[in-house]
Design a protein around this ligand. Structure first.
Ligand code: SF4
Ligand code: SF4
Length: 447
């Protein structure tokens, strides 16, 4: 019997735009001549350089080590010479300490990279350590170190591993392609995660606009009772961790809880492939899989890009931008960053480049709130965005907090739905940052 499809209760059914790039198989592109490796491509403490200017490095070599519990090492994706370690501009406009490597084009690798290995010969602790040492972080966008995520205090209580195959933002297709092209490897990686979390069933959460991926994964799961597919109705922001846990299990978590508190661990499908590459092929996280799309790009595509490459070079591989491309975004259209320059490096969390022509950019002017309630109807965390916005505009941050502003997952649904074009999500970023700042100040005073 066909199972009833599950779905997030609220959220939005968005224009998809995925047809522009979904049929292009992933192709590998060459690294740039100058590679830039930011030391903060993950959540947590920045990595610490273990090389210095003038050093020769090999492809796959660790060039910065993790600093503390929540951190991740960085590896070179080329062979070459370290030119400088300095602050460099990154996609979100910040300047981040980065290791700059001049690529010698020789692709000389560290010994053992790419050599097949069998993780079943490793202990569970060794598997987790290898995931940490190989620099794997969440590739769905957050960049949380995966080895840390897979080491919850209550490992034996985790009953569900959710493999996030939603890719719910419009235009993005690279997770879809990875599931289609690397389904067998993903399933093998998930079996290793199940060794780490021995009492957990693995459930692939995949939206129904990816029926091809569902078929492929189903084919590799076969009759494994400990793995299943939860086919979800396509809805944004279902790929968000909290939303997905709710859609798959019906369990709710808030901003003060971890997925492990709901006995769940969520791992993105492309992250699973990175785990496979580390455990079975001895390849650290040196590649980023990216969609380059939008009607401002000459040729849409899905790419395997050496991390540290320049965005401009990636765009050139698509035949460049169209003359009237006016808006370029790193990441999805709902949660990504508008880019002021393409002269920034591809990071571990760079899922896509979107370029749009004039017609794609909203030109409607902002007006006052007309109390239509659309923002409330779409908010997946049951907030009242128009009240939150009022509180931020009045600098009343205690009211913002009281109304649950810290539970906002910044999905952008309210801003998208608002006919008055009020930049609601932007206001909530400000509100959340202010509350965090106040909390930091208070804790400094106490200490
Ligand atoms: S208030 Fe936050 S969580 Fe709710 S729709 Fe807006 S951005 Fe999303
Ligand atoms: S959607 Fe916009 S106009 Fe409508 S109630 Fe919310 S803030 Fe006001």
């Amino acid at each position: 019997m066909m199972k009833k499809k599950k779905a997030l209760k609220k959220g939005l059914r968005l224009f998809e735009g995925k047809e522009l790039s979904k049929d292009f198989p992933i192709t590998t592109i060459n690294a740039s001549s100058i590679m830039v490796y930011p030391l903060s491509m993950h959540i947590g403490a920045p990595a610490v350089p273990v090389v210095k200017p003038g050093d020769r490095v090999l492809k796959g070599q660790m060039i910065a080590k993790a600093d503390g519990l929540i951190s991740a090492p960085v590896h070179s994706s080329v062979s070459g010479t370290v030119k400088v370690i300095e602050n460099r501009k990154v996609v979100n406009g910040d300047r981040v300490m980065s290791i700059v490597v001049e690529n010698d084009g020789l692709n000389e690798e560290i010994e053992g990279m790419g050599v097949k290995s069998n993780p079943d010969e490793l202990t569970v602790e060794e598997v987790v350590q290898k995931i940490k040492d190989f620099g794997i972080v969440g590739l769905g966008g957050a960049g949380f170190p995966t080895g840390v995520k897979l080491s919850p205090k209550n490992a034996n209580e985790i009953d569900t591993i959710i493999i996030n195959g939603c890719e719910c933002e419009p235009y993005l297709t690279v997770d879809y392609r990875i599931m289609l092209e690397k389904g067998e490897q993903i399933v093998k990686a998930v079996r290793q995660i199940q060794r780490i979390l021995p009492n957990a069933k693995a459930v692939f959460g995949i939206e129904d606009n990816k029926s091809d991926s569902i078929k492929v994964i189903k084919g590799f799961i076969k009759t494994d009772d400990n793995m299943d597919i939860c086919q979800l109705k396509t809805k944004y922001p279902q790929g968000g961790e909290r939303a997905l846990i709710y859609a798959v299990t019906g369990r709710k978590i808030n901003s003060k809880m971890l997925p492990a508190d709901a006995k769940c661990i969520v791992v993105n499908s492309t992250t699973c492939y990175a785990i496979y590459s580390a455990l079975y092929e001895n390849i650290p996280l040196i590649y980023r899989y990216m969609t380059v799309t939008g009607d401002g790009v000459n040729q849409c595509n899905n790419f395997k890009v050496p991390i540290g490459s320049n965005h401009q070079d990636v765009i050139e591989k698509c035949g460049g931008l169209k003359e009237n491309a006016v808006k370029i975004i790193s990441g999805g259209p709902m949660t990504g960053f508008a880019m002021s320059t393409l002269d920034v490096p591809v990071e571990k969390t760079s899922s896509s480049i979107l370029a749009f022509e004039v017609d794609d950019v909203a030109t409607v002017n902002q007006t006052n709130c007309i109390h239509c309630g659309r923002c409330v109807a779409v908010c997946p965390t049951d907030l009242v965005p128009q009240m939150l916005a009022k509180a931020v505009k009045q600098n009343n941050y205690s009211l913002f907090e009281h109304l649950g502003g810290m539970e906002c997952v910044q999905c952008g649904c309210c801003s998208y739905a608002c006919p008055a074009r009020i930049p609601l999500t932007h206001l909530f970023n400000i509100g959340k940052a202010e509350i965090r700042h106040q909390l930091e100040q208070k804790s400094k005073e106490v200490n």
